[in-house]
Write a protein that binds this ligand. Structure first.
Ligand SMILES: [Zn+2]
Length: 288
């Protein structure tokens, strides 16, 4: 008899689970739909995970809730669908928050200023509380890798979450850039949270012609021209760091804290999604 051993496991950490002290709310435009949207993030108890809901029901975030979408991350359960969740999820992940209910009114999470900063500001202002239950991490035991066109993503065993992300553009302002760091709360707040959504100026017409980015404007998107940006950068390599922010938000769809070294070359939501599906299929349900 062949016994297959799961190549991932859940590890109980020497840290408590964390939730919000009180609800936080934000409203604004959805960058893709252009619709007005409101989100309220509410505290949740131990082992609740990250739950999306509206007046009619809810679902717990997991890899099986990922819905393929162009240029954003969408999750849903067949009834309730929420677009552009990645910056909010990155904020929760970067601030090491395990349990919340995200109540949505509208089809999309509002883009706000295009970064995770407005979520971080609201969450830090509300405060967090430690719950009477240990945090749990999803830990892989062997390396995995996926490819999607020219994009590649891999995960290797590691005792915390480390990210190495390389972007490569045939563009004089961007070129090839790499960010490598172990994820800590402080590094997230300082380096990644402020990094805004960006678009290459030459691509903007094409994106709008496809009916995408109906809510995009210079208040939520940094435009990259051949020799300048539309605004002063908030952090060095802001475009690269925004891509790291997106990777972090997308990894959060797994539904658990993840301990692994993640390496992504030419990141995008499609390859990030494939990596999350591969990680979720290692024989250990991340949500047990
Ligand atoms: Zn983004």
């Amino acid at each position: 008899m062949i016994v297959s051993v799961p190549s991932a496991t859940l590890r109980t950490l020497d840290l408590p689970q964390v939730t919000l002290r009180r609800p936080v709310q934000a409203e604004g435009t959805g960058v893709h739909t252009g619709h007005a949207c409101r989100v309220t993030i509410e505290p949740a108890g131990p082992d609740a995970g990250i739950v999306f809901g509206d007046a009619d029901g809810s679902f717990r975030l997991s890899a099986s809730r990922w819905i393929a979408a162009a240029r954003c991350t969408m999750v849903g359960d067949g009834r309730l669908c929420v677009q552009t969740v990645e910056h909010l999820l990155a904020a929760l992940s970067g601030l090491m928050i395990d349990n919340v209910r995200i109540m949505v009114d509208g089809p999309e999470v509002p883009i706000l200023d295009g970064s995770a900063q407005p979520w971080v500001d609201r969450i830090l202002e509300a405060g967090t509380v430690e719950l009477d239950a240990p945090a749990v991490a999803y830990v892989i035991r062997e390396p995995v890798a996926v490819e999607c066109g020219e994009a590649r993503a891999a995960a290797a065993p590691h005792a915390a979450l480390a990210l190495s992300v390389t972007t490569e553009y045939q563009h004089p302002m961007l070129g090839k850039q790499t960010y490598t760091a172990e994820l800590t709360r402080d590094a997230f707040i300082r380096d990644l949270a402020p990094a805004r959504t960006f678009a290459l100026a030459e691509e903007v017409e094409h994106v709008l012609a496809r009916g995408l980015a109906r809510g995009a404007d210079l208040s939520n998107t940094l435009l990259v021209y051949a020799d300048h940006y539309s605004d002063a950068l908030r952090v060095d390599d802001e475009c690269l760091k925004h891509k790291v922010l997106d990777v972090l938000g997308d990894l959060c769809v797994l539904g658990r804290r993840l301990h692994a070294t993640i390496t992504v070359h030419k990141p995008g939501h499609a390859v990030n999604a494939q990596l999350v599906q591969r990680l979720a299929g290692l024989g250990c349900d991340p949500l047990i």
